[in-house]
Design a protein. Structure first.
Length: 281
């Protein structure tokens, strides 16, 4: 049995700024966030877009309740690999997630559902994406599920604006240079950007180097947007029934490859036990 352990959590280390302050300062939001290369919590979007507050399970039921959706299933609360999907209408899904145990006998999560493909009726209701440059906008995904669902620790390779529309989400994040201390799966595996280390239930006997990792603990409330840069590890927990939209912004091939190359000193330093690179690394 794993002993109770304490993570290195830093709950107030991510900078925050009101959306209205960015707009009043005539700041290019995408460039401001992307060039900063660190997470940023943008708050109080409802002040700018009060119509965003209408998002709720009832709003979705009324607008797209008849749509057939793919629902991910899991035997535990951690959704790590998004397999074994089942199909149902969104209205049926809403009824299921209200049950203590869905009739499927498993936990359910409508995660990463493409809005352009599955819910074009909702595109105009996101609002925040209107502040981002068209040439940078990528895919938009809808997330809708019950409290307790968790997306396992992983990293992505593009800029991500995560818009929280209903309920609360908790993000546990770590910097890219934590790479080898978090035991990522092999690049040859089917899911190469994930790890089996769970910050909520840390097993330091199995993953001893994870003790060195500093985690940032962020609560994202309705009307807030979290900018998550590429290569930052994150585990995401639904603290209640949630509706979220994440907006991918295209990262140039050069930027993506350069981001990966910047991790090389970390790999070498971890393997050798000391740094052979200039101090900036």
């Amino acid at each position: 049995m794993t002993k109770e352990v304490q993570l290195n959590l830093y709950p107030h280390q991510v900078p925050t700024i009101k959306l209205k302050e960015l707009l009043d300062g005539n700041i290019d939001i995408y460039s401001f966030c992307s060039n900063g290369k660190k997470p940023l919590l943008i708050t109080d979007a409802y002040e700018v877009f009060p119509e965003m507050a209408k998002w709720s399970p009832e709003f979705l039921r009324e607008k797209v309740g008849n749509k057939v959706i793919n629902v991910n299933t899991s035997k535990t609360d951690v959704f790590q690999e998004y397999h074994l999907p089942i199909q149902m209408t969104l209205e049926e899904y809403i009824k299921e997630i209200k049950l203590e145990m869905p009739t499927s006998g498993r936990r359910l999560y409508m995660g990463a559902q493409g809005i352009n493909q599955s819910f074009p009726e909702l595109k105009s209701d996101i609002c925040f994406d209107s502040l981002l440059p068209d040439e940078k906008l990528g895919l938009k995904y809808l997330w809708f599920g019950p409290g307790g669902n968790t997306t396992g620790l992983h990293y992505d390779t593009a800029d991500n604006f995560f818009v929280q529309l209903y309920g609360q989400k908790r993000w546990i994040m770590s910097e890219p240079d934590s790479f080898l201390n978090l035991y990522p799966r092999s690049s040859l595996s089917h899911y190469p950007r994930v790890t089996d280390f769970n910050p909520l239930k840390p097993d330091f006997e199995k993953f001893p180097k994870a003790r060195k990792v500093k985690f940032y603990d962020i609560t994202v409330d309705p009307g807030n947007i979290l900018f998550a840069p590429p290569y930052w590890w994150h585990q995401v927990i639904s603290k209640s029934t949630i509706i979220s939209v994440n907006i991918w912004c295209s990262t140039s091939k050069f930027k993506a490859e350069w981001g990966a190359l910047q991790l090389i000193p970390t790999y070498v330093k971890t393997i050798l036990g000391h740094n052979i690179f200039p101090k900036q690394y």
